[in-house]
Design a protein around this ligand. Structure first.
Ligand code: ARG
Length: 604
């Protein structure tokens, strides 16, 4: 029998009421502050409540009394004392004062138990939807056709997908768009290579690899024979001016690349709503440049069209159009049309942004693109602002993936690593472990499980990093069954599943009465209940590592609980309460990993 945990689910209930503990405590603090301070409370003041730094003294903490004391002429501890005396948190939390005037809250076990029972019955695990849903376009992955996919695309693909899943779950309308580079200067070389070097059979078996091969061969040849570069350029010009043969070849290249990419995305369980690559905007570029010239935002300069620093703005380092050169500011324009009439990456991005606003009514556009493109996006966003096009535009930047030598991660033969190779190797390595650990598994299941574990490991290694920092790619670490890894989390789920498997059909979920007594149970309850706070937090700064780190802490809390609290061997009431804790841990881990795009095998 396979265990279908979803049959355990209570009916869908809309639990959008106040489910978030810090915000409930914040409201109660505000009431108390109003009672204590009356008119002296500054208008619009919102007391911040955070999870406590040291859980021994409480679960949550506020520095509100310290922040306000000076402004209202009180000593911080005195103010805290009055606030605590006026607080109405009976049944929910006990408040106390610590240090220079922190207010600490210890949540009562009964309150946690009640919350967990609500979570168990709620399909959303008590995570509320946002009160104001936005239309968010997420631009991620976006490799360049036939060019080597650099490691940056791996990060973009995995981070972008996780953010899309989380934003959608929180109730936003999310549009994912794969803005592939399908109209770059690389096509000059590819066209020539296609006509002179193409191996049709290789194209049929692995089109991306064959396109990459011809691109690399032509690129190398061009370095030796400069006149070939001119020939390739001529092919590009022919393509751009609508030559039929070249257009057909280009179309084929884009098609085969897309279908090759799609295979990788399928493996990663990633879908795009649109694939509007750069070429989609070709017709918009000329009129766009003209309108920028007409409005005076762009100017001709040495035959090219450029956008310079806005007139009248105080020169500063925050201007995307100035660079510091010794003691003076030097112009650092954004070129939108070259002197030869060609358009650029920036021109396309301006047109793309226009389209997303006009057609999709995007409130927000997120570009999940490596940190080296920071200046590019600052320029684009600033030009749009000057055109009166506003919105929440974010460059969600990330650092590099490094090898053990702290240099950009490369393959053994020194090439840039491709996403597909990374996945293959991860799955192969996962398979070795599974072969050793579970020799009795059928070959089919081994394949399935190693795919889930290997791909999960790559995704989690990525998502558990603060995206801004560089990180060292380490096979052994990411595939380890210990530490903050996907296999550790997946294995935790597998262990919980096996508890239920042992139970057979004898389980009661809906009517479990949760009672929390032992510290390890209470700590696990604290962690479980935090899920509703954590998920929305990810979008504040677009940092999936907040969720990844939380899931790891939750799994650790579960393991301490499981070590110190017998489940199946305890007497009926305790047993059903603890089983409910196991169930909810599994629910949260499964759901949270799902938001990161990571699956769980039945066994491993
Ligand atoms: N194709 C670009 C690259 O490989 C990334 C595109 C990102 N998206 C965008 N709208 N600029 O660097």
């Amino acid at each position: 029998m396979t265990w279908d945990f979803d049959t355990f689910k209570g009916s869908w209930s809309d639990m959008n009421q106040e489910m978030n503990i810090p915000s409930t405590l914040g409201k109660k603090l505000l009431e108390s502050l109003t009672t204590v301070l009356g008119d002296r409370l500054p208008e619009g003041f919102k007391p911040a409540v955070q999870v406590a730094a040291d859980l021994r003294f409480g679960d949550y903490q506020s520095n509100a009394a310290m922040v306000l004391a000076k402004r209202v002429g009180e000593k911080p501890r005195d103010l805290a004392q009055q606030v605590v005396a006026a607080l109405k948190t009976e049944g929910m939390a006990e408040a106390s004062i610590a240090g220079p005037g922190f207010i600490n809250f210890k949540i009562s076990p009964e309150f946690y138990a009640q919350r967990l029972m609500e979570m168990l019955a709620d399909e959303r695990l008590s995570v509320p939807k946002v009160s104001e849903a936005k239309t968010i376009v997420i631009d991620f992955s976006a490799p360049n056709v036939a060019k080597p996919m650099h490691v940056g695309h791996i990060r973009s693909t995995i981070i972008g997908d996780a953010l899309s899943r989380i934003a959608r779950f929180l109730g936003h309308t999310v549009i994912t768009d794969n803005h592939i580079g399908d109209w770059g200067t690389q096509f000059g070389m590819i066209l020539w290579g296609w006509k002179n070097l193409l191996n049709q059979e290789a194209l049929n078996t692995n089109p991306i690899a064959e396109l990459l091969r011809i691109y690399q061969v032509v690129n190398a040849k061009c370095n030796e024979q400069p006149e070939l570069r001119e020939t390739c350029k001529a092919e590009l010009v022919k393509l751009q001016s609508g030559d039929d043969e070249n257009l057909q070849i280009w179309k084929r290249c884009v098609e085969v690349s897309k279908s090759g990419l799609q295979k990788i995305y399928d493996r990663l369980d990633i879908r795009f709503d649109y694939w509007l690559g750069e070429s989609f905007y070709n017709d918009a570029l000329g009129p766009l440049v003209n309108s920028l010239l007409e409005s005076g935002i762009a100017q001709e300069s040495d035959g090219a069209v450029c956008v310079f620093e806005e007139e009248g703005r105080e020169p500063s380092a925050s201007s995307p159009f100035l660079v510091r050169d010794k003691d003076a500011w030097k112009p650092n324009p954004c070129i939108i049309r070259k002197a030869d009439g060609g358009f650029l990456y920036a021109t396309t991005d301006l047109a793309t942004l226009d389209y997303r606003i006009k057609t999709w009514h995007a409130d927000s556009i997120w570009y999940v693109v490596g940190a080296p493109q920071e200046l590019h996006f600052r320029q684009i966003f600033d030009i749009q602002r000057r055109r009166g096009i506003t919105g929440d535009f974010r460059h969600i930047a990330f650092g590099s993936i490094l090898g053990d030598d702290r240099k950009p991660f490369k393959t053994r033969s020194g090439e840039l690593i491709s996403l597909e190779d990374v996945l293959n190797e991860a799955v192969e390595r996962a398979k070795k472990t599974i072969d050793e650990k579970s020799p009795d598994m059928s070959a089919d299941e081994k394949d399935r499980v190693s795919e889930i574990v290997g791909i999960g490991a790559v995704k989690f290694a990525e998502l558990s990093q603060n995206r801004i920092s560089d990180y060292i790619f380490n096979w052994d670490k990411m595939l380890s069954l210990q530490g903050d890894t996907a296999p550790y989390l997946q294995n935790s789920c597998v262990r919980i599943q096996s508890i239920f498997r042992k139970l057979g059909d004898n389980r009661s979920r809906g009517n479990a009465n949760i009672v929390l007594e032992v510290p390890a149970e209470i700590h696990l309850a604290h962690m479980l209940s935090r899920y509703a706070e954590i998920v929305p937090m990810v979008l504040d700064d677009c940092k999936p590592n907040i969720l990844a780190g939380y899931l790891y802490d939750l799994a650790k809390a579960f393991h301490s609980f499981y070590e110190s609290c017998p489940v199946l061997k305890s007497e009926a009431n305790v047993r059903s309460s603890r089983l409910a804790l196991c169930q909810l841990t599994l629910d949260v881990l499964r759901h949270g990993l799902g938001l990161l795009g990571i699956q769980i095998p039945d066994r491993m």
